[in-house]
Design a protein around this ligand. Structure first.
Ligand code: NI
Length: 134
């Protein structure tokens, strides 16, 4: 194992200590390792267009919004190869939450998520991507 010595400004060091406590890390090294792993994983996903990923796309929408439910359903059927499963929750009288499990090439999963999130009436859309292989 290699050892690194890192200097941090006081403010950044303070924020990092709060991060360590909040997430319950036993020591700084484990926290730094996780941050580096996470950043490198993201870099790898973005630099390899053929990389396979699984994703979870979540968004909220108002089901009274004109034509929106039909437009969303159409998008899902149009990409039935990557849109594997959808959980639908009726949040209140007006709003719905959908969480969708996606699987495929990273750029295709990202493009599908962008297409859904950019639909007028879709709010708070977020895509979480994990690599399928290390
Ligand atoms: Ni609903």
């Amino acid at each position: 194992m290699e050892r690194y010595t890192v200097s941090l400004e006081d403010e950044l060091a303070g924020e990092f200590e709060q991060f360590i406590q909040k997430h319950g890390y036993k020591n700084r090294s484990e926290a730094v390792r996780d941050l580096i792993r996470d950043k490198l994983k993201q870099e790898r996903l973005e630099s390899e267009p053929d990389s396979q990923c699984v994703g979870c796309l979540s968004y909220v929408y108002n089901h009274h919004e004109r034509d929106l439910a039909r437009r969303l359903t159409e998008r899902h059927h149009g990409h039935h190869d990557i849109s594997l499963s959808t959980l639908h929750v009726h949040l209140d009288q007006d709003n719905c939450l959908e969480s969708v499990i996606l699987k495929g090439k990273t750029p295709e999963v990202q493009a599908f998520a962008d297409e859904v999130i950019s639909q007028p009436g879709v709010r708070h859309g977020r895509l979480f991507i994990l690599p399928m292989y290390t």
